[in-house]
Design a protein around this ligand. Structure first.
Ligand SMILES: Cc1cc2nc3c(=O)[nH]c(=O)nc-3n(C[C@H](O)[C@H](O)[C@H](O)COP(=O)(O)OP(=O)(O)OC[C@H]3O[C@@H](n4cnc5c(N)ncnc54)[C@H](O)[C@@H]3O)c2cc1C
Length: 427
């Protein structure tokens, strides 16, 4: 009897009829041919229900090795089931690195890429942009190689496994580099007024807001070839002791009386966490944050051209009913891209989130309120996070959605990859 599968966020669970873990392409083809219906699974780090199936769940945990390194072209060929963490380790051993990352590295490469997972930096696209070509077995059990010359590349790479299972990826990588990482605090209103000076001055700028604090913690990260000057001990104290232990303790205490404790705890955490700190560290240390406690997330992509007025409205939204947030609101930026279902499709993007550890009822009401606001402001939902998907609205925001549906019919004519979640945008 296959085990019950629970997502990272502990928001839902299901029991598939079987879990298949192919070790090569032939096995994968045969699994797909023989399955009535199926879904691919990565590290289960999505809040959205893309992996749910009551039939066959396919994990590429055994197709997870780097098969080729090309040091001239700076490309590698890798099994798509590798986790980003393992990939970073393997690359570093060869003096290589991923050019950009999100805030954690627990996801699989395929899982991260196909939901449009992003990091921060107005000059940097989502992680899928690092892909040069990939191989996918479709719903008929046939293998295809997609390069950038093929229009379907742009449909499928952020296609959430709706047409097939991506099993091998050729990635563009870079030589290892360092991050000149500065942490500081700044007044939120001042940041909004001078936004371009932050977002456009640093390669990877983002900020954390702990409402109702008037200040926010800013991360001013620039890529550099300079030597590291960080200390593992200080990093341990800052990242593990301060960020993790102290934060978790305050969260526990705050639960007793959220309205009373959380606002002052958030101001305190902003002050402590945002003390001026500067270091030159390994690139991935600069990108990643310590793995947070279990929480809920919704995150939407908006037009960066509207960032200033949006941030003013966002601030009002998050403060106006004195709701308490015991989690950082991480505001990030990314560059326009060409991937059909990427939330940053053809649009420089500001990502506005609502993250929290709330009780279930409060979360749902607040999430819905946030979503109504996001829709009123032409937001595009992150596919890996929480959102109610409504086809007509999605079609307005993702202008390639009907064409994407035609691509599904081509590669999965029997609808083997359909589930209750993707049926909302796959017609
Ligand atoms: C703590 C935390 C931090 C996060 N930080 C960020 C962040 O910084 N930036 C960001 O953008 N997102 C972030 N996310 C969201 C996360 O990156 C995405 O949800 C990502 O898709 C999860 O990857 P996974 O390997 O767990 O995939 P899963 O959640 O297991 O699957 C995601 C989707 O990919 C499909 N899929 C999986 N494998 C394949 C395959 N081989 N071929 C085709 N389809 C496949 C699945 O069917 C499913 O639809 C975060 C999530 C968590 C829990």
């Amino acid at each position: 009897m296959p085990p019950t599968i629970i997502n990272y966020g502990r928001t839902w669970q299901f029991t598939p009829k079987q879990i298949a873990c192919p070790t090569n392409v032939e096995e994968l083809k045969s699994i797909i041919k023989n399955a009535e219906s199926l879904r691919p699974v990565g590290s289960k780090h999505s809040w959205s229900k893309g992996i749910i199936t009551h039939n066959t769940l396919v994990s590429l945990q055994n197709m997870n090795t780097i098969q080729e390194f090309n040091f001239e072209t700076l490309q590698i060929k890798v099994g798509a089931g590798i986790t980003l963490k393992e990939l970073i380790i393997q690359l570093e051993l060869k003096g290589l690195a991923l050019s950009n990352l999100g805030s954690i590295h627990a996801q699989t490469l395929a899982g991260a890429i196909c939901t449009g997972t992003h990091g921060t930096g107005i000059g940097f696209q989502c992680l899928a942009s690092q892909v040069e070509s990939f191989e996918m077995v479709d719903g008929n059990g046939e293998n295809h190689i997609f390069t950038k010359n093929n229009a379907d590349f742009y449909a499928l790479i952020t296609g959430m496994g709706c047409c097939g299972i991506i099993h091998t990826i050729t990635l563009n990588v870079v030589k290892t580099f360092q991050m000149h990482a500065i942490t500081d605090t700044v007044n939120l209103d001042e940041l909004i007024e001078n936004l371009e000076q932050y977002v456009e001055k640093y390669d990877h700028f983002k900020f954390w807001w702990l409402p109702p604090s008037k200040k926010v913690i800013v991360f001013k990260n620039n890529r550099t070839e300079q030597k590291r000057n960080d200390s593992n001990f200080i990093r341990f104290i800052k990242d593990e002791v301060l960020s993790v232990a102290l934060y978790r303790l305050l969260v526990m205490v705050g639960k007793w009386n959220r309205k009373k404790f959380i606002p002052s705890f958030n101001r305190f955490l902003t002050k402590m966490g945002g003390k001026y700190f500067e270091r030159i560290c390994k690139s991935y240390i600069g990108f990643l944050t310590p793995l947070p406690p279990i929480h809920r997330e919704t995150e939407w992509a908006f037009n960066y051209a509207q960032a200033k007025p949006l941030l003013k409205k966002y601030k009002e939204l998050m403060l106006n009913d004195e709701h308490t947030y015991n989690f950082v609101q991480e505001v990030r930026f990314s560059c326009a891209d060409d991937f059909w279902l990427s939330p940053a499709y053809k649009q420089n993007t500001i990502w506005l989130p609502m993250y929290n550890m709330d009780n279930n009822n409060n979360w749902e009401a607040q999430r819905k309120k946030f979503e109504t606001w996001a829709i009123a402001n032409n937001g595009r939902p992150h596919w890996g996070k929480e959102a109610d998907l409504e086809y007509d609205y999605l079609q307005k925001q993702y202008i390639k959605l009907s064409e994407f549906n035609a691509v599904i019919k081509k590669y999965d004519p029997l609808n083997k990859f359909a589930n209750n979640w993707n049926k909302k945008f796959c017609k």
